[in-house]
Design a protein around this ligand. Structure first.
Ligand code: FES
Length: 65
């Protein structure tokens, strides 16, 4: 079951954390790889330290600011 696509996905930037996306069917990374989205909300890593890029794995919480 895939997430429904909306005309205008919701985007929330978590301070010092990921970008939350709601209503997208896929995410394309900087290399052009398309990652299917099957959840209503996904968290994209913005710190680039995640071991599961492009997804946030919580590593940002242990990075000193
Ligand atoms: S933003 Fe969470 S691991 Fe990068």
């Amino acid at each position: 079951m895939s997430a429904p696509e909306f005309d205008h996905p919701d985007v929330v930037l978590v301070p010092h954390g990921p970008m939350l996306l709601r209503g997208v069917g896929s995410v394309q990374d900087a290399d052009g790889t398309v990652h299917p989205v099957e959840r209503p909300v996904v968290a994209l890593c913005r710190c680039e330290k995640s071991s599961r890029l492009p997804w946030c794995d919580g590593t940002h919480k242990v990075i000193p600011r």
